[in-house]
Design a binder for this molecule. Structure first.
Ligand code: UD1
Ligand code: CA
Length: 458
């Protein structure tokens, strides 16, 4: 696309959110509101993107990344003033998308289409508009008898007759950069709010003899702005439905889409099945035939094919194919779980490699460990990885068999094909093919109770 840049307005206070956090860093489907807008601008082909910050500027910067381009609007004197503060960063000779930081559902496709429409018609400005049932709170688009745009009037400045108009200004625009710059210079704050309205540039451009167009959307859901927590939840709902719908069209089965949240980055192959109460956050990749949920939360997890993960929490880890995880497993960051593995109930795995075919069926903690293939963990095994000061690794060779209730005091090595007797506390290397027993022998005291309490005591 030819020389398109973007300005994102994100300096406002967002008081209606009633939050100590900036409105713009609240999340919709795991992604901050302002980042949705940024991604849409980038996806629509904007080369240079300048975000205008003011209120809680540092939070917005931390969210989008310090390396991005920012313009500081010292005082919130209105949307026109906000755009003006970004203009020194924008070069003439192309067009510029002006976007509201609090309208996260806008898609890159719509922005692209609006820019195309703008360029094709050689407009000085194009306003993205929509007809809505309840226009309350929005600026109204006023047209003349030929249906051409005349100006935008803010709700607070509107006459009763103007308030009846249902075509609203979305707050998203495409401008010819040079003409916008000139029009901004002519803004005044002579209005109900004493602000410099960006919307007044429309009348200014028309008066100077330029043409202004309206790109009217059939579907107004994309331009929904977020001002309070009710709208935040509505936006979440809309975005969630959009994301899940796309996965379903690509062949993923959702048993109950309403109860699931899927991040925009998540990738799933056809024939994945998602059960109710599943959250896939961050960068998740799920292979064909895998079944996730119910009640499962994955964050940055890659899963192979035909794997089952039920009622479990996994973060920043990889799981192979034909593996079963859960119910009630917790896989913490840095774990690589192989194929044909079983990680059963109440098992915690952290920063460990689990080889193919290994079984950790129940009530076990495997931390900082390198586990080979076809290892069998008895119930209640604990890798004792922390000495109070430092973490140590445990190494377990292929096909070794760890008896129930074993402590493996790291650093320690259990070599291949070895056996450990149940209840052992292992502190030294177990050699290959050996049996290690590290507990005291059983002592039996015959008739002990009778001797102690007498024969009548039952
Ligand atoms: C604005 C439009 C209105 C439109 C509506 C759509 C104007 C005058 N009005 O009204 O026609 O229907 O959006 O949602 O533009 N901001 C700054 N600095 C400021 C003021 C605002 O950065 O000094 C930012 C805000 O953070 C926000 C965006 O600009 O992201 C819009 O500002 P807001 O005050 O919400 O405008 P509206 O009253 O909603
Ligand atoms: Ca707003």
């Amino acid at each position: 696309m030819s020389n398109v840049s973007a300005i994102i307005l994100a300096a406002g206070a967002g008081t209606r959110m009633k939050s100590s956090k900036s409105k713009l860093v609240h999340e919709v489907c795991f992604r901050p509101i302002v980042e949705w807008v940024y991604q849409a601008a980038a996806g629509a082909g904007a080369g240079k993107i300048v975000t205008v910050i003011g209120h809680q500027a540092q939070q917005v910067k931390a969210c989008l990344g310090e390396e991005k381009l920012y313009a500081l609007q010292e005082k919130q004197l209105g949307t026109g003033d906000a755009v003006k503060s970004a203009m020194p960063n924008i070069d003439d000779g192309g067009c510029v998308l002006v976007l509201s930081g609090d309208v996260p559902l806008i898609s890159e496709e719509t922005l692209r289409a609006a820019v195309d429409y703008h360029l094709k018609n050689r407009f000085a400005a194009t306003i993205i508009t929509a007809d809505v049932k309840d226009p309350t709170g929005y600026g109204r688009v006023i047209r003349d008898e030929n249906d051409s745009v005349k100006y935008i009037v803010e709700e607070k400045d509107a006459t009763p007759a103007q308030k009846v108009v249902t075509e609203i200004n979305s707050g998203l625009y495409c401008f010819d950069t040079g003409l916008l710059r000139a029009a901004l210079g002519e803004l005044s704050n002579d209005n109900a709010q004493g602000e410099y309205y960006l919307t007044d540039t429309v009348a200014i451009l028309l008066k100077t003899g330029y043409r202004v167009g309206a790109f009217r959307l059939a579907d107004d859901r994309e331009i929904m702005g977020i001002n309070d927590k009710v709208q935040l939840s509505q936006a979440n709902e809309a975005m969630k439905q959009k994301i899940i719908r796309e996965h379903m069209l690509q062949g993923v089965t959702f048993i109950n889409p309403d109860s699931c949240y899927i991040s925009p980055e998540t990738e799933m192959e056809p024939d994945v099945v998602i059960y109710p109460g599943t959250l896939l956050e961050g960068n998740c990749k799920i292979g064909s035939g895998s079944v996730i949920g119910p009640n499962t939360h994955l964050t940055d997890v890659t899963v192979g094919e035909n794997t089952k993960i039920e009622s479990s929490v996994l973060c920043s880890s990889t799981v192979g194919s034909n593996t079963n995880v859960g119910p009630f497993a917790y896989v913490r960051p840095g774990s690589t779980i192989g194929s044909q593995v079983k990680v059963g109930d109440f098992v915690e795995v952290k920063n460990s490699v689990i080889g193919e075919g290994t079984k950790i069926s129940h009530l076990t903690y495997v931390g900082d460990s390198d586990v080979g293939e076809k290892v069998n963990f008895g119930c209640g095994t604990v890798t004792v990885n922390y000495d109070g000061q430092e973490k140590h690794r445990t190494t377990i060779g292929d096909r070794s068999f760890i008896g129930c209730n074993t402590n493996l005091v790291a650093p320690v090595t259990v070599e291949a094909d070895s056996y450990i007797a149940a209840g052992s506390t292992i502190t030294d290397t177990v050699p290959a093919d050996a049996l290690a027993i590290a507990r005291s022998r059983q002592v039996v005291k015959e008739g002990w109770k009778k001797n102690k309490f007498g024969s009548d005591n039952k």
